[in-house]
Design a protein around this ligand. Sequence first.
Ligand SMILES: [Zn+2]
Ligand SMILES: [Zn+2]
Length: 497
Amino acid sequence: MRFVETNGLLTPELLITTTQDPVKISKIPQILTPELNLHYPFTNELQTHLQGKQLLLDELPFSLSQLYEHYLNGYISFRKGILNQNKILNCTRCGNEDPALFASFDCARCHTHCNYCRKCITMGRISECTPLISWTGPESSFPPPDQILTWSGTLSQGQQTASDKVVEAIQNNSNLLVWAVCGAGKTEVLFKGIETALYSKKNVCIATPRTDVVIELAPRIKDSFNTIDVIALYGGSEDRTKTAPITITTTHQLLRYYQAFDVIIIDEVDAFPYSVEPMLQYAVEQAKKKNSTTINLTATPNQQWQRELKKGTRPTVTIPARYHRHPLPVPQFKWCGNWRKHLKKDKLPPTLLGWINFHLSINKQGFLFVPRIDLLEQIVIILKKLNNRIEGVHAEDPFRKEKVTSFRKGEIPILVTTTILERGVTVPNIDVAVLGSEDQIFTESALVQISGRVGRSAKYPTGDIIFYHYGKTKAMLAAKRQIQNMNKEAVEQNLLN
Ligand SMILES: [Zn+2]
Ligand SMILES: [Zn+2]
């Protein structure tokens, strides 16, 4: 799309009545949005579709003249999709500024060689002649029903303390880190805060890097707030064009949002790919309103955050104990020699083999974490000779879901896995072993998450976690220390039985 600009005001190429030559939007120095005309009868459907978003023309099922009229009356804004300042390109939607992640093509829309962003191309191509369109009119508001929170459970003492802090942060538009150990029950900690937000007509977004979490969380949130509209967004979800007081979404889908949320909660903030992908962190920054609350939730904050917490520069509340009031199982370290050498001879280190045989003999299930897929495949072949029902699972395994389900049903005695199952999978009464815990894939946070698989249910609150290693690493020591510190803090706060 090309525009003609007069005193900062844009006219789309197709609606031009003058003889002025249109140019692509990236060439226009300054773009104004006219003052809001309060008497203009704006279209409600457009408001619902566009508020809090930043969309491309192709994503809007409205005519150009309808959009233009809303622009002239101050209800929508056009921003440059790609900034081009002295040939330095910058994508407004995803924050990309890496020259290697831009490309150019002969563009039929602006009839020039047009640069586009490759980084966010899965959300629709954004090029130098693409306007990003947002709503600048009033927001539709929802009258809160008498009862918002329909959940009637009770919180543990640790959860209650954190819940109070969440409410306070939302009331004050301030930020908070909730550091809750694996199995603390962090979702319930949000409920009062969400209710507080909705009563004051603030909208809430729960974002997470992982689609699995969106799918698991959505029904729980719907049940707990059953008078409120809740939408769930992930690649392929049907709620994409809807707006609701509560949005649950992958961080990726936030690329379509702009200054949308009063409260944004990021669950599993340390999970891949959010922790290593600046685009997703940019998306969160863009999606929240200027005056808003960000609540980060994690069981394993990174080193920097831990340091800021100690210095007191990052407001944090910790839940150091599980809801069932038993301490976290502490990992044991067991040296197993050069296990790769054993594997070359198609053998496992004897001490690990002892662990496997013991679990098979007492019929207790276990996860065995290993560093890599090729090793996993080899280990599974060795173990199937001991027991044919032993299985392995990894990220590219097409039967991943089925195998996890069979494991839950008790049909698989030992499930060998890569770090793919370090989070989210809760199976009662299991032990966990890690082979090669010195491998660099096992970071401090991965090892804490893996240890967190043990003893989660109130019925089986204990279990063993063993790191079989060929030399201790800093990450192993830090993970153990972190778990011990949380147990100590839990004792001090009287959160354990
Ligand atoms: Zn173009
Ligand atoms: Zn981009």
